[in-house]
Design a protein around this ligand. Sequence first.
Ligand code: C5P
Length: 243
Amino acid sequence: MDPKENIILALDVEHFDDARRLVMEFRDYVGMFKVGKQLFTHCGPKIIDFINMKNSKVFLDLKYHDIPNTVSKAVIEAAKLGVDMLNIHASGGLTMMKESRLALANITKKLQIPRPKIIGVTVLTSIDDGELKAMGISITVKELTKNLALLAKDAGLDGVVAGGEDIEMIREICGKDFVIVTPGVRIGDKKDDQKRTITPKEAIEKGASYIVLGRTLLENHQPFILLEGIYKDILDALSHRQN
Ligand code: C5P
C-alpha cells in the first residue's frame, strides 16, 4: 500500500519547461501526472513523451466531447501516445462511450500496446444545481451524476471522474473495481472556482481510487511537508476502508 499511488498531480502550467520541472520534482512523490487542456494545447505530445521517458504515468485529461466517430478517433491517437488513462464526457452519450471503448480495445490489440484506462466525466466539480438549472436541466447534480456513472459503466468504461460527495454513491452502484477519480480536493477553506470540494482523507475514506491535487499542492510553499501529511491521511483512510 503506497499512498503516493492514489495521488494524481495536475500539471496545470503553460510551458513545457515548467511541466518538466514539476515532473522531475514530484515523480517520486505522486503516482501519476495529469496533462490537461492548457499544457497539451500549448506544448503537445512532447510532454507525454517526456513523462513516459521518466517512467511515470500519464492521465490525459482532455475530456473529449463530440460525436462518436470523432471521439473514437481522438481516443485512438491518445492510446498511440502511450498514456495510462484518458477521459471523455459521459454526457456525450452511450453510443459515443461504447464506440470509444471499442476503438481503444481494437487499436491497442492491433498495436500490441497496453490499453489505457478510459473514464467518463460525470458532472464537473465547478457545476452546482443552480448552474444545471440555468442550462435547463431540472434534475440535481447528484441525480445527473448517478445517471452518467451508470451509463459509463454500461458502456464498458473503467470508471469516472466525480466530485467528493458522489464517491460513496458511485462506489455502491458501480462496484469495487470501478475507478473513481476525484478532483476538487482542498485542505482548509480555500475553494478557488471549485464549488464542491473534499479533503484527501475524506475522498479516500469514501472510496475514491485517486485524488487529483492541483492548486492545493502547486500553490503551497512547502509541498513536500503537505504531501507527508496527505500520505498519512491516505493510509489512515485506507485502513478504515478495509475494516
Ligand atoms: O487546482 P485544482 O485542484 O482545482 O485542479 C483540479 C484539476 O482537476 C484541474 O486540472 C481541473 O481541470 C481538473 N478537473 C476538475 N473537475 C473535474 C474534472 C477535472 O477540476 N470534474
